[in-house]
Design a protein around this ligand. Structure first.
Ligand SMILES: [Mn+2]
Length: 204
């Protein structure tokens, strides 16, 4: 609940010729998720995002994966971003900033989030060739940046993600999503010391 009392939840449904998506989330959840995107590795990443950001997430997505998983994966990122923006409401009482450094064995990723209302993504450090690697048979490494862009631009977040190390593409992608989740968890958390909207402008 926000300090104004409204629940921080949202449901977004999106239907195009390329994908069909129904997503519900609760920013003040415990990380429970029920996710089916038809792309198993993406389900794995989004389940980790929900768990480590303490966001309850229910998601059904389907699309033209006979062409490529690209449309379905990116459109889910768009809808997730839209739902986050809606659920954040007027952002009253939030911490606003969050950062995290998350390892997964040899991989290490850093994420910094500012719930700024100004969409921006700075993303670097993935090893050469990562974007071309197929993870789980369907998901190319290039999709990680597409998803982060879609979330940042549709939620209105400033996001910096840096890969500091790693060799295994599964580990690298998962560490990136977990780092984003932990940073977002902190940024969206309600801080009892914050009175009103944490901006000198008075709006985020
Ligand atoms: Mn894994």
């Amino acid at each position: 609940m926000t300090s104004s009392g409204s629940p921080r939840t949202a449901r977004v449904q999106r239907e195009t010729s390329e994908s069909s998506i129904d997503l519900s989330l609760n920013l003040d959840g415990s990380g429970v998720s029920d996710i089916e995107t038809t792309v198993p590795f993406y389900d794995h990443l989004l389940t980790a995002f929900a768990r480590h950001s303490l966001t309850d997430l229910t998601l059904r997505a389907s699309g033209d994966i006979e062409i490529d998983v690209h449309h379905t994966v990116e459109d889910v990122g768009i809808v997730l971003g839209q739902a986050i923006r809606e659920a954040l409401g007027d952002k009253r009482g939030i911490s606003r900033y969050g950062d995290a450094l998350v390892p997964l064995d040899e991989a290490l990723a850093q994420a910094v989030v500012d719930i700024s209302g100004r969409p921006f993504l700075v993303h670097s450090g993935e090893p050469a060739g990562f974007e071309y690697h197929l993870i789980g048979g369907h998901f190319t490494g290039s999709m990680v940046r597409h998803v982060f862009e879609a979330i940042a631009f549709n939620a209105g977040l400033t996001v910096h993600v840096t890969v500091l190390g790693g060799r295994d593409p599964h580990h690298i992608a998962e560490a990136e999503f977990k780092a984003l989740a932990r940073a977002f968890r902190q940024a969206k958390s309600l801080d009892p010391l914050v009175a009103g909207i944490p901006s000198t402008k008075g709006a985020l």
